[in-house]
Design a protein around this ligand. Structure first.
Ligand code: ATP
Ligand code: MG
Length: 446
């Protein structure tokens, strides 16, 4: 499902050009098939339809294009229903905005929205939405490079539409808002500007940068709901170039606007992001062949970003931005478990297997890798691998039921005996179930 083919260079066509041929060569057959189905629906229902936004930008830059954003000049929900039934996709409606999502059988997602005009009653709040034309719809978008379209139907399939100078900004590598009030209308664009800047190595245009700085200064970010900010924070942390983005966010005062003055920007973010993420790549590769717990780079980067901030503040922020249970668990572990793991990994001393087991037992993979990045020694990943692949899967010779049979009641003593037995097993002191039972009897009757 990946259109990324290095044979192709970025292209910067003129508005009105026919991109049909280029779309056929660059996009996967499945995507072309979907776009042609959109075109088919468009002529059947008589509603003009366009592919818009990020996918157009990425197609022209020759970057991977997976999902599609479609705008129609008419009822988007009805159009999406038609498309879903034609392609046997699954329809998800969001009536409040006249938008719907069609999940295609192959997994490609097509967002279908009614072309709309937005007006912002209050900065940062969700806008009032009115049906509009493509022209108005493109004008309400964040940046010129995200405001280009390709007509799909009812006719002129593949006709490139650039009304606001997107192509010239794309060619010169410039992030530019469509109007001066843009960041005030929607301050999440502050984060988006910096995200696209780092992703593509672009420059934020001077006037746009001035608007951005002013909006940060004016505290506009405080007007946005934490849920909306969450999306953008996570999106930034998912970026390959997250460290440069985070660095820029910090320099421009965005991080302190978001996280308050109890947030402390940590040292060596770049170095830690890099080490931890290459460890994450190693882990994710292992996870392709061996069942391992899910790990996400964005959560790992969040832990690192919060590395200089007090535990209670980090917990508050993780909750405020709805970062979820896995983050909450990992944040707790960073403070309760990580220091000992890090110390052990930096020493590299030989130690009992049971010690490693107890040290790492139940700890999120993100926290293990963060500890490895902090320890910074060569073979830390080998130790973690040894734990994950060799130590953790070991099953205890005896369990609670076995102990009940020899008269141990459920309770703390039982827990303690099981633990002792398992430690001895891990350390090779006990090497069979019989030995374990014998030892259990001794411990039970002490
Ligand atoms: P990505 O590759 O990260 O998905 P994208 O440009 O597709 O980048 P999305 O968040 O998926 O970004 O949004 C899709 C499109 O919707 C954007 O290209 C842009 O045109 C528009 N858009 C998204 N968020 C905003 C916003 N806050 N303000 C204005 N337009 C927006
Ligand atoms: Mg997108």
């Amino acid at each position: 499902m990946n259109s990324f083919d290095t044979r192709y260079e970025p292209v910067f066509p003129e508005s009105g050009s026919d991109l049909g041929g280029m779309m056929h060569s660059r996009l996967p057959a499945e995507t072309i098939h979907i776009l042609e189905s959109v075109a088919g629906c468009s002529s059947r229902v008589g509603i003009p339809a366009y592919a818009v936004g990020g996918p157009i930008r990425d197609l022209l830059l020759n970057r991977p294009v997976i999902d599609m954003d479609v705008v129609v000049e008419g009822d988007g929900i009805r159009f999406a229903a038609e498309l879903a039934s034609e392609c046997r996709g699954k329809l998800v409606e969001y009536a409040r905005f006249g938008t719907a999502l069609v999940v295609m059988p192959g997994g490609i997602k097509v967002d279908v929205t009614t072309a709309r005009e937005e007006s912002y009653i209050k900065p940062g709040a969700l806008p009032d939405v009115e049906p509009g034309t493509l022209e108005k719809d493109l004008f309400r978008r964040d940046f010129t490079i995200n405001a280009m379209a390709i007509q799909l139907g009812p006719e002129r399939f593949g006709c490139f539409i650039d009304l606001y100078g997107g192509i010239s900004d794309l060619a010169r590598g410039i992030i530019r808002v469509l109007h001066d009030g843009s960041f005030k209308d929607d301050p999440t664009r502050i984060l988006r500007a910096i995200r696209f800047e780092t992703r593509y190595g672009f420059t934020i245009e001077e006037g746009t940068a001035a608007n951005l700085a002013e909006s940060v200064e004016d505290g506009m970010l405080a007007e946005v709901s934490p849920q909306r900010l969450r999306e953008e924070i996570v999106a930034i942390l998912k970026e390959e170039g997250a460290s440069a983005a985070v660095e820029h966010l910090n320099r421009s005062g965005v991080l302190s606007a978001l996280f308050g003055d109890r947030f402390i920007y940590p040292d060596s973010v770049e170095d830690l992001f890099e080490k931890a993420c290459s460890a994450a790549d190693w882990y994710l590769e292992m996870a392709e062949t061996i069942p391992l717990e899910e790990l996400s780079k964005w959560r790992l980067r969040w832990l690192i970003l919060m590395g200089g901030t007090a535990p209670e503040v980090t917990i508050d922020l993780s909750n405020r931005f709805h970062l979820g249970k896995s983050v909450a668990k990992a944040v707790g572990e960073v403070h309760e478990r990580l220091p000992a793991i890090r110390e052990y990994l930096s020493d590299g001393k030989d130690t009992a297997v049971s010690f490693i087991y107890r040290l790492m037992e139940g700890v999120s993979p993100e926290v293990l890798l963060y500890a490895a990045a902090l320890a910074g020694r060569e073979n830390t990943l080998e130790i973690i691998e040894h734990y994950l692949l060799e130590i953790r899967p070991i099953e205890a010779f005896v369990n609670g039921n076995d102990l009940k049979e020899i008269g141990v009641a459920e309770g703390p003593l039982m827990g303690e005996i099981l633990r002792l037995l398992f430690d001895k097993q891990l350390d090779g002191v006990i090497s069979s179930r019989n030995d374990a039972m014998e030892e259990a009897r001794k411990l039970a009757h002490m």
